[in-house]
Design a protein around this ligand. Structure first.
Ligand SMILES: *Cc1c(COP(=O)(O)O)cnc(C)c1O
Length: 254
């Protein structure tokens, strides 16, 4: 059940985020078509996803596997006939790879060889049983400060991980993702990320995606080449509980 108030609220917020994003692109001298807006629907109900769908959104980001998987099933009947792309953007444990392979088009948070191996197997299985027909797009999450507790691979391990993804059947190396370290200056963090991305592109020219920027720092991310901003709060409001990106999500809920 969709309340008209909620629909109006989301419509207004989405319009203002779209404006904010196009202003950021204009300021950075970038084509707005080159920066996708990925609404992050974690902690919000399937009804909110339906509202966003009505407003033209076709891509959605989720960060907790079980919640996402339930939501995808719940929405199957209502928006199942239209192509919708679900992005897994949160930390993923290997034992959830099989489920993610069933519903995700893309995963932004790949950060270990063991996870790549699990995903390759899971996607292979999903192909076999007819649960998916397209490759899983993989973005490698990079840790910009080396504190891998918040997710992400250390920069010195990126090249090897990228090779592994590239060589994995069913996976397509699409690009990189990062979250600025706590308390860091987003401009400095995203400039650093852009440089790491350039290094990756020299070996993997098709890995053009750069998933960077959230509610608080999307302008800085756009200045430094983001191709996808992941925005939750500015579209759907504050989440029910404090949920800093990544860490608490997987520590307290998986
Ligand atoms: C929750 C989340 C977001 C959205 O963050 P907001 O600040 O609410 O826009 C973006 N990226 C990741 C990885 C997240 O977990």
């Amino acid at each position: 059940m969709t309340s008209p108030d909620r629909a109006a609220q989301i419509a207004t917020a989405l319009a203002s985020v779209r404006e904010r994003l196009s202003a950021a692109c204009a300021a950075a001298g970038r084509d707005p078509d080159d920066v996708a807006l990925l609404p992050v629907t974690k902690y919000f109900p399937a009804a909110d996803v339906e509202i966003l769908f009505e407003l033209g959104c076709r891509d959605f980001g989720e960060s907790r596997e079980q919640e996402a998987s339930r939501k995808v099933d719940e929405l199957g009947a209502s928006i199942g006939t239209e192509p919708v792309r679900w992005h897994m953007i949160g930390h993923l444990q290997r034992n959830k790879a099989k489920s993610v392979a069933r519903w995700a088009s893309s995963i932004h948070s790949v950060d270990s060889e063991r996870l790549v191996t699990a995903l390759q197997k899971a996607v292979g299985h999903a192909f076999e049983v007819g649960e998916r027909s397209s490759e899983l797009e993989v973005l490698i999450q990079v840790s910009l400060d080396g504190d891998t507790h918040r997710g992400g691979v250390e920069r010195e391990d990126l090249a090897a991980l990228a090779e592994l993804v590239e060589g994995s059947d069913g996976l397509r190396l699409a690009g990189l993702m990062a979250v600025p370290p706590l308390g860091a200056d987003p401009d400095a963090a995203f400039a650093d990320l852009a440089e790491i991305h350039e290094g990756l592109l020299s070996r993997h020219p098709d890995a053009t995606e750069l998933s960077a920027g959230m509610t608080g720092d999307l302008e800085a991310a756009v200045r430094h080449g983001s191709t996808c901003v992941r925005v939750g709060t500015a579209i759907l409001g504050s989440r029910p509980i404090a949920s800093p990106v990544q860490s608490t999500d997987h520590i307290s809920h998986n």
